[in-house]
Design a protein around this ligand. Structure first.
Ligand code: DGJ
Length: 732
């Protein structure tokens, strides 16, 4: 068992391979957080808690004569509300009498073998290889009878602790849940902490940003109805001296695809508190007596070995415990996508031409992107009508797929299920299926409206119509796109008092649709997309083994994109393509960058020269060779593209350390500059590796401490890929 309850000290201690986590049932049965960090065996770490009479920090009633006891200055596992703790809170509830109060005291607990499950939301799972235990702790407010159950999943080998929360209304009246955070992590001393987040925008997703905690509330959130391009549901807290290779860092990421909130407060006494959960923006969920609300899961980890170690933990977890698709570890074909090749201007003849040319490039899968359905000649019409456009695909879908298969390619197709165009048969038949606030014209974005996924009839229509297409031909792959943020939050099906549930119910509806489409097609490879990487989050990655990184396919911009994304997500999830963007950069360098991802092409293959086709063939051959190391190996960031420098480099190392691929792009050539070296990581220092580009054997130690000299007499944006293969042990 990795979870222990010490009856004398009344502490719960959770152990993973390298970390421990401790909490304690303290005075008055309040649940205190004592520790999260490197493994330790102390049964009770409450010696750290010092108590003083802190002016203006309230004392719960029973401590009125002991003014040193204030929840405002005590580390908690899940906060109270209106009990004298003025920091950011885990919960905001309006009780049936209208009061805002929650005073949760420990009630009971259960420890079980295996991983708990959530009923309404996706969550991580244990495989046969994992030892996982679960803990449930129930807190109760004795007056309102509201129960909060804290769920913990301890993945011992993986060094991951998951948390989720259930709120149950055991009272007699209706309550309003206005805020619910899935995790709360308190630090008695947060004075030297820094916060890292991944921010961005359309076309520039997941930029790495690091800053010192200062005395205010740092908020990382999305209120766009989806997890968004602008912020990813992921934060790290680290020490000032934490680097890639050393130092403390904590990670937290939310398995949820809607509005999220991460808050970090550094308070008046330099205590820090991290909260993560559903964004309370327009969130007001009614719980009638006996109703239960589930808040999404958070994946937490800690390491004292720096960012690389934290990333490896998450990468392994995403590859092992999040997505059940057979494609997570299965072969993912090299694809060509039609979008940047033709946009809406294609027909079956053009697709066949592209397929023939692509086959010569070594491509394995052809994806027909937006524009094949309804009356879709541009982006003003057709969304919602998931029937083939006979003006473009004259031979019919089944025949088109057969012809592409005959060329030797698998076939993939694009959908945007959640949206509707006003100029569509669907909208004409069901205008009330689009989200609009009565009496107000709805906000347009890409001239489309958002379907009301809270409705069961809408969910059923989407499941049926998308499945009908998927089952009508030999479809190998589906790209699930979503191209606008959600506004006009209103559902015709819900009464006025429940409109505050719409954001969350939208996501619950989305997950039900995904269950009905993705889970019923285990042989189809699904790729998520949201105008690029706008909803690239752990919730989506429970369904999709890969996600389109960005609509920005410029290779130099993508160096930053891959760098930032790699802090949380493994390379095998990152959709990356070679495109026509940046004509001044060679197709070789573009491929080198796109191999930091699922690798494919997004261009008109019929326009490539013979030389370029031959180069693509070479790239495809290489990628097939490197794919196992890139997808299954450990990933190392060798440079930081956000810092000034002339080289951008990254590396994949097979788990057994016998093979590695180092990729380098020369982003700048300083005139008469110094010789630069790229230091490898993660190799066995005692082994010799054959380095193909240097045609020699070099020890792991030399590769990691002297490095590889990068040639200087070359054009800017030249790239290098060094393949390392273990040859022999050193002679020492
Ligand atoms: C946005 C996606 O990111 C693109 O790849 C493409 O599929 C377009 N949508 C199609 O509308």
């Amino acid at each position: 068992m990795s979870i222990y309850y010490n009856e004398v000290a009344r502490t719960f201690t959770l152990h993973t391979k390298h970390t421990s986590y401790q909490m304690k049932v303290g005075p008055s049965n309040y649940l205190f957080h004592l520790y999260y960090g490197p493994s330790m065996t102390d049964p009770d770490l409450d010696y750290q808690i010092m108590q003083y009479d802190r002016g203006f920090s309230g004392n719960p009633y029973e401590y009125r004569n002991k003014r040193t006891f204030s929840l405002d200055a005590l580390p908690q596992e899940f906060t109270t509300l209106q009990q004298g703790d003025f920091r950011i809170s885990s919960i905001e509830i309006s009780n049936s009498d209208g009061s805002y109060s929650f005073n949760g005291h420990f009630k009971d607990y259960t420890i079980t073998k295996g991983k708990y499950k959530l009923d309404t939301l996706p969550s991580s799972f244990a495989t046969d290889r994992d030892t996982v235990d679960s803990l449930e702790i129930t807190l109760e407010d004795e007056i309102s009878k509201i129960e909060v159950t804290l769920l913990y999943g301890v993945f011992e080998e993986a060094d991951i602790i998951t948390r989720a929360v259930k709120v149950r209304n055991n009272g007699n009246g209706r309550i309003h849940l206005k805020k619910i955070m899935s995790t709360c992590l308190d630090f008695v001393n947060g004075s030297d902490l820094e916060i890292v987040n991944l921010h961005g925008r359309y076309g520039q997703e997941r930029n790495f940003e690091r800053q010192r905690l200062t005395h205010h509330i740092h908020t990382i959130s999305s209120g766009r109805g989806s997890s968004s391009h602008q912020q990813n549901p992921f934060v790290m807290l680290c020490k000032e001296n934490t680097t890639e290779d050393a130092g403390d860092c904590y990670g937290a990421t939310l398995v949820y695809s809607g509005n999220f909130l991460a808050e970090v407060e550094l308070d008046q006494y330099n205590q820090a508190r991290l909260l993560m959960g559903i964004n309370s923006k327009q969130f007001n969920f009614i719980l009638n007596p006996k109703d239960v609300f589930e808040a999404p899961e958070v994946l937490m980890t800690f390491t004292d070995l720096g960012f690389t170690s934290l990333s490896h933990t998450y990468h392994d977890f995403f590859r092992q415990n999040m997505c059940e698709s057979k494609f997570v570890h299965g072969e993912r074909p090299i694809l060509i996508n039609t979008w940047e090749a033709t946009f809406f201007d294609f027909d079956d003849t053009k697709l066949i031409e592209i397929a023939k040319a692509a086959k010569n490039m070594g491509v394995e899968l052809m994806v027909m992107d937006d524009g094949w359905f309804g009356d879709r000649m541009d982006d003003n019409a057709g969304l919602g009508d998931w029937v083939v456009n006979k003006k473009k695909i004259r031979c019919g879908l089944n025949e088109l797929v057969k012809q592409i298969n005959d060329i030797g390619l698998k076939f993939g197709i694009w959908f945007e299920p959640e949206m509707v165009s006003e100029d569509s048969d669907l909208y004409r038949a069901h205008p009330d299926w689009a989200m609009q606030i009565p009496g107000r014209p709805a906000v347009r974005s890409r001239n489309q409206l958002v379907l009301d996924l809270t409705r069961k009839d809408v969910q059923d229509y989407l499941i049926e119509s998308v499945n009908a297409v998927l089952d009508s031909a030999n479809i190998y792959y589906m790209k699930w796109d979503v191209n606008r943020s959600v506004t006009d939050i209103f559902s015709n099906e819900l009464p006025p008092e429940q409109q505050g549930e719409v954001y969350h119910r939208y996501i619950l509806g989305l997950y039900r649709i995904l269950d009905g489409i993705v889970k019923t097609h285990p042989d189809i490879l699904f790729e998520g997309c949201s105008g690029g990487g706008g909803r690239y989050d752990p919730g989506m990655l429970t369904y999709f083994p890969q996600y389109w990184n960005s609509d920005n396919t410029k290779p130099i911009d993508n160096l930053k994109l891959h760098y930032g994304t790699s802090f949380l997500y493994p390379i095998c999830t990152m959709g990356a393509h070679v495109s026509e963007a940046n004509p001044n950069i060679s197709i070789t360098t573009k491929a080198c960058v796109a191999m930091c991802g699922t690798f494919g092409y997004e261009l008109d293959a019929t326009k490539l020269s013979k030389k370029e086709i031959a180069e693509c063939r070479r790239q495809s051959r290489l990628f097939k060779k490197y794919r196992p190391i890139i997808f299954e190996g450990d990933y190392y960031r060798l440079t930081n593209p956000f810092h000034p420098g002339n080289l951008s480099a990254w590396q994949s190392v097979s788990k057994d350390k016998k093979e590695s691929l180092i990729s380098v792009v020369v982003t700048n050539l300083t005139v008469n500059g110094p010789q630069e070296y790229i230091l490898a990581k993660g190799l066995n220092p005692d082994w010799f590796y054959y380095v193909d580009q240097l045609d020699m054997e070099i020890s792991g130690s030399a590769l990691m401490h002297i490095g590889i000299p990068i040639p200087r007499e070359i054009p800017e944006y030249t790239s290098f890929q060094y393949h390392l293969k273990h040859k022999r042990k050193s002679n020492k």
